[in-house]
Write a protein that binds this ligand. Structure first.
Ligand SMILES: *[C@@H]1O[C@H](CO)[C@@H](O)[C@H](O)[C@H]1NC(C)=O
Ligand SMILES: *[C@@H]1O[C@H](CO)[C@@H](O)[C@H](O)[C@H]1NC(C)=O
Length: 184
């Protein structure tokens, strides 16, 4: 009888300990026997309990321009209206996203040219141009930038005008800049 109680308490302790580990994104136990045992007991995949993939914790932002702006060469486009800014990596007063944690991120931007005008815009990672978009339409035209980048904590991502251009936008929020962590 006593043996059964001790056995039950041991299993319960192990399960509770397992829940703590699984819920904390702790990778130190990777490949350990304890992790395997805990996974079998909990009948779950360790990734599912990872607390990082939580809507309050995963860095993600989306911002739009609500009006047109005339920019000079290499000037950062400030997407003034913030829709999402989890972990506050995006700063609307500078237009720069600073990675709060290292990881693989997806970045995208849609920019609209002024009526019949050229627009060349570039996506920057710190001091390097990563990708560009070239638009020349007979009217207003949109172009898109989209990249997946492996960045370090503190790296800065922004969209800049490549020359003296007007970035068009209005209350329909045509021009936007977004990014989100995909994986750590
Ligand atoms: C990018 O710039 C930030 C801010 O100046 C700096 O902390 C970081 O080390 C830079 N990253 C690389 C890869 O140069
Ligand atoms: C554009 O953004 C503004 C500011 O957040 C918002 O009030 C407006 O509804 C947005 N426009 C559209 C078409 O969603």
């Amino acid at each position: 009888m006593n043996l059964i109680i001790i056995y039950s308490i041991s299993i319960l302790t192990l399960v509770l300990y397992g829940e703590m580990i699984m819920g904390s994104c702790d990778v130190k136990l990777e490949g350990s026997l304890l992790k395997d045992v805990v996974e079998i007991l909990l009948k779950k995949d360790s990734d599912k309990g990872c607390a990082l993939f939580n809507r309050k914790k995963i860095p993600a932002f989306s911002a739009a321009m609500t009006k047109s702006k005339s920019l000079s060469s290499k000037e950062i486009i400030k997407f003034n209206k913030v829709f999402t800014n989890i972990q506050n990596g995006y700063n609307p007063s500078t237009g720069i996203f600073t990675a709060p944690i290292a990881g693989v991120y997806q970045f995208s931007s849609v920019v609209m040219s002024d009526n019949g005008k050229f627009l060349v815009a570039t996506l920057w990672l710190n001091d390097t141009v990563v990708s560009s978009v070239y638009i020349k339409g007979s009217a207003y035209q949109t172009g898109a930038l989209s990249m997946i980048l492996d960045v370090q904590k503190g790296d800065q991502i922004a969209v800049k005008s490549y020359g003296n251009y007007v970035i068009y936008s209005d209350s329909l929020n045509y021009s936007t800049f977004s990014g989100s962590l995909i994986s750590q």
